[in-house]
Design a protein around this ligand. Structure first.
Ligand code: ATP
Length: 233
């Protein structure tokens, strides 16, 4: 069953068109990766889904309901959460205070404070530390947990691996096995194409705001990804 559909989505920043007629879908429980170079429009699409950037043409449909143009908080209540690029924690608040922001007005569901501490045991140990004093990897765990605590049906993750060491990236991505067991669907924006292919069921490649490749991750060959990524024919 399809959870999210984008139909011919155009997003503009004033006169600058950032995406061109993007069609994209995410099935219930599916993990979809969006890859592409800097400026391809990946973050723009995530922001458009959650209502942070307006969709000028086209539609965003969540579980049969047209959510195009709804306010960000309404879309969050409908079950979409974003782990933003750069993590965006409140550095002068503790880890637990940051987490409780996610829990405020949360939908009912399996993700509680106890559940996210079980997902990331290392986070429990630093729960009274200021978020600003944590390492990048620890901050990413807090950012993912804060989004999970809203009990989303669809979790949007923007470049989780940015600036993190490879071992930490692996640790972070391991959590998605558990997250998916709870039925959460995922969109993972990644610059690391190998990682993106490994962790997803399906993959889309964006180039200058257009989808240049789409398919099952296990079937797409790396040379096809390279061609779509750089626009080679
Ligand atoms: P990155 O990996 O660098 O985050 P991206 O694929 O996520 O790249 P976007 O950030 O979505 O790409 O940017 C798509 C296009 O929209 C780029 O041309 C970018 O310069 C432009 N853009 C993004 N945000 C804004 C903004 N707030 N105002 C104007 N233009 C923007």
């Amino acid at each position: 069953m399809t959870l999210l559909t984008l139909e011919k989505v155009d997003v503009f920043y004033r006169d600058l068109q950032a995406t061109f007629g993007v069609d994209l879908s995410v099935g219930q429980g599916e993990a979809v990766a969006i890859i592409g170079a800097n400026g391809a429009g990946k973050s723009t699409l995530l922001r458009a889904i959650i209502g942070l950037t307006p969709v000028r043409n086209g539609r965003v449909v969540l579980d049969g309901r047209d959510i195009t143009g709804l306010r960000c908080d309404k879309i969050a209540r409908a079950g979409v959460a974003l782990v933003p690029e750069g993590r965006r924690l409140f550095g002068s608040l503790t880890v637990e205070e940051n987490l409780l922001m996610g829990a405020a007005r949360a939908r009912p569901g399996p993700w509680t404070l106890a559940a996210v501490y079980e997902l990331f045991p290392a986070m429990r140990e630093v729960r009274y530390s200021l978020a600003g004093n944590l390492s990048g990897g620890q901050q990413q765990m807090v950012s993912i947990s804060r989004a999970l605590l809203t009990n989303p049906r669809l979790l949007l993750c923007d470049e989780l691996s940015l600036g993190l060491a490879p071992t930490i990236i692996n640790d972070i991505y391991t959590c998605f096995t558990r997250i998916r067991e709870t039925g959460v669907s995922l969109i993972l924006v990644e610059q690391d194409t190998v990682k993106a292919r490994d962790v997803s069921d399906r993959l889309y490649c964006l180039l200058k705001g257009q989808v240049t490749l789409e398919g099952a991750s296990s079937e797409i060959r790396m040379d096809a990804i390279k061609a779509a990524y750089f626009g080679e024919t």
